[in-house]
Write a protein that binds this ligand. Structure first.
Ligand code: ADP
Ligand code: MG
Length: 253
């Protein structure tokens, strides 16, 4: 099966004054379409950096990233913006909604880039995805008229509205109380199962990890372990071989 995301020997360094911070250190990983993948690791381990690279928000210092088997390293900034607008949805820890826009307008926002969609198509999509996240009645509310959980639902609808192949969520439950966090995870899982959208999310919360069916544990910028499980079974955890971590069959035994 081809991968929706393939990462080949990726390194990422940041320059911090005189110092070089090695944020990612030789990451190789293949992600199958349709998985509900948790990237777990302590604060500072490289989760956000990895998601930003997968989301083409940032580029690796070296190594290659393939989205739907297209090497994104060779694409121009404009081509990447286009790829993001069509293939990738983002969900953030702090929701990142535009405060002056209503829920519906926030969901519509990433679609404005899509010149191939008519106004009617856009409005229809907005209503459809607001309904999916259970916020049909709140379309006209601004973010400050919504609870944290409702705001994250708007963000989920916004991510889904582009009908992305992949949704990336950086600690999506970290700013929510426990019960709301679990509810949001449940909603993401339901969408994953019903629409087949691949979800890749970071977390350091075990409760959140428990909802995943794939797990990548990172520490100090490297993959420390890889986990896979089917429906009801327990995790099968494989220690990462230095250059050969795959989210596919070879680790499932
Ligand atoms: P996590 O999301 O797991 O907390 P990050 O990916 O944010 O980890 O950070 C990984 C490492 O890279 C940390 O040491 C962090 O301080 C560093 N880092 C992240 N972003 C930058 C940046 N823009 N400039 C310099 N260092 C950074
Ligand atoms: Mg982070």
């Amino acid at each position: 099966m081809s991968s929706v995301v393939r990462i080949e020997r990726v390194f990422k360094e940041y320059l911090l004054g005189e110092q070089t911070v090695q944020a990612l250190n030789d990451i190789t990983l293949a992600i199958e379409p349709g998985v509900f993948l948790a990237i777990s690791g302590p604060s500072g381990s490289g989760k956000t950096t990895l998601l930003n690279l997968i989301g083409c928000i940032d580029r690796p210092s070296s190594g290659d990233i393939y989205i739907n088997e297209q090497n994104v390293s060779q694409k121009s900034a404009n081509e990447l913006a286009d790829l993001r607008a069509r293939s990738i949805g983002f969900i953030f820890q702090t929701f990142n909604l535009l405060p002056v826009l209503s829920a519906a307008e926030n969901v519509e926002y990433p679609l404005l880039r899509r010149k191939d969609l008519s106004t009617t198509d856009r409005k229809r999509r907005v209503n459809y995805f607001l309904d999916i996240v259970g916020l049909g009645k709140y379309a006209d509310n601004r973010p400050n008229q919504l609870s944290g959980g409702q705001r994250q639902r708007v963000a989920i609808a916004r991510a889904l509205a582009v009908k992305p192949a992949i949704v990336l969520a950086d600690e999506p439950t970290a700013n929510l109380d426990k019960a709301t966090g679990i509810e949001i995870l449940g909603l993401m899982k339901k969408i994953n199962e019903h629409l087949g959208t691949t979800f890749i999310f970071s977390t350091h919360d075990q409760k959140v990890i428990d909802h995943a069916n794939r797990l990548v544990k990172i520490e100090d910028g490297g993959i420390k372990a890889f986990g896979i499980r089917n429906q009801k079974s327990n995790w099968h955890i494989a220690r990462a071989a230095p250059h050969a971590v795959s989210a596919t069959e070879q680790n499932s035994q």
